[in-house]
Design a protein around this ligand. Structure first.
Ligand code: GLA
Length: 404
């Protein structure tokens, strides 16, 4: 469900909306190609409950896939060309698998990137044609790009008879984004979009890529709180944080902060540059909080999860320095609501979304209260999504009645 401060009633856009996404692309396909698609691929966005900026430090994260996805209706082609129409951007891309080149619509780069990475991973691809549409807000920190990458990978896998191996495909999608698109992201977004489990968060060890699903109690709703702010230069700030973490590891003679113990850090922190010291302190404490939050979730101790989220937000604000006045205000407003266990900023930072865990029964009321208080205080238009944990990338059969 999504609603804004001005809406007096939540509007529906949940998994049942899943059906709508599928229907939308199937109809779009029929208009564009005068026929029925053979398959519909979908891959979800994600939200991270806790474990921020730990993935590229080979640490722990606790995200979940959300019930908002990118959808692609498609059919295989006999040649090695790919054509994809975006219903959202009203644009079309077309390329040859033997002559991949940069350029054209920005969203199309993700499709080409996946084709490139799958071929670089020795997969023999066939062409296909399709229509896509997405429900994951772009630029909000909900991983719309990972969703597009995984939906594209799913489409290629089906069209080319490639067995679907979710973690392996997530690694290829990450490589696509790192090397073709040029964004140095970690593995969390792609792995979550590929491996999500309905009603569960995923406790991921970003070193071994071991995933354990952790049940979200029935009584809990996840509110995604979009501050309505986006910041430029996020990529350069992200890369700078990565470098600072890397230099922190090097200062202790290590390749990764995953190998730094709290004791070693405390005994050597005085000789670190103060900025690097704060970054390292965040990563070490965040790994610890993430493991404890996963355990608290298993124990259904939501009070404990909420306190860990609050500590995580303070660490991201003060030590990692990637929060913003809008994110801080959203978290403060959400945390003060009755029925809210905890809130924090989520994702890369500097703008985008916060997240709150709230009692399911009051989720709508709390969401509306947060939205209107935030709007009054910040004079910004927020959006609130009540999200459920969803399954990872999949393929749906095309129902006859989509097109009737
Ligand atoms: C972005 C990146 C992820 C992760 C988060 C921060 O979403 O894509 O890999 O690093 O930021 O936790």
């Amino acid at each position: 469900m999504r609603y804004s401060a001005r809406a007096d009633k939540a509007t529906d856009c949940d998994p049942s909306d899943s059906g709508k996404g599928a229907e939308r692309v199937a109809r779009g396909f029929a208009r564009a190609f005068a026929g029925k698609p053979a398959w519909i691929a979908q891959a979800p966005g994600r939200v991270n409950l806790i474990g921020e900026h730990t993935d590229y430090n080979q640490g722990f994260v606790l995200p979940m896939a959300i019930d908002r996805a990118v959808w692609i209706a498609f059919r295989a082609r006999a040649d090695r060309r790919v054509r994809l129409d975006s219903l959202d951007y009203r644009q079309s891309i077309e390329f040859d698998l033997d002559a991949l080149q940069h350029g054209g619509a920005a969203w199309g780069e993700y499709t080409k990137a996946v084709a490139w990475a799958m071929q670089a991973g020795s997969h023999r691809l066939r062409g296909w044609e399709g229509v896509m549409s997405g429900e994951v807000p772009v630029g909000a920190g909900l991983s719309s790009s990972a969703a597009l990458e995984l939906a594209t990978a799913r489409a290629f896998a089906v069209a080319s008879d490639i067995a679907w191996d979710p973690p392996a495909m997530a690694r290829l999608a990450q490589r696509a984004e790192n090397e073709w698109v040029g964004v140095a992201c970690g593995i969390m977004d792609q792995l979550t979009s590929a491996c999500g489990v309905a009603q569960h968060a995923l406790r991921i060890d970003c070193r071994s890529l071991e995933i354990e699903s952790v049940l979200l109690p029935e009584s809990v709703s996840v509110l995604v709180l979009d501050t309505g702010t986006r910041r430029g230069l996020v990529t350069s700030a992200y890369n700078q944080r990565r470098e600072e973490c890397q230099s922190g590891a090097r200062a202790f003679g290590l390749n990764s902060l995953r190998d730094l113990t709290q004791d070693t850090f405390v005994s050597g922190e005085a000789r670190l540059d103060p900025v690097v010291r704060r970054r390292v302190r965040h990563v070490l404490s965040e790994n610890e909080r993430t493991l404890r939050a996963a355990q608290a979730l298993r124990d259904e101790d939501m009070g404990r999860v909420g306190r860990l989220m609050a500590e995580g937000h303070a660490s991201l604000r003060d030590d990692f320095e990637i929060s913003s006045p809008a994110l801080d205000a959203m978290v403060e407003i959400a945390s003060a609501q009755p029925g809210c266990w905890g809130a924090r900023m989520t994702g890369g930072g500097f703008g985008g979304c916060a997240i709150a865990l709230v009692e399911r029964e009051v989720a709508q009321v709390v969401g509306q209260a947060i939205a209107s208080e935030y709007q009054d205080r910040m004079k910004l238009q927020p959006a609130v999504y009540v999200c459920r944990a969803a399954d990872g990338a999949g393929v749906l059969p095309v129902k006859e009645d989509f097109l009737s």
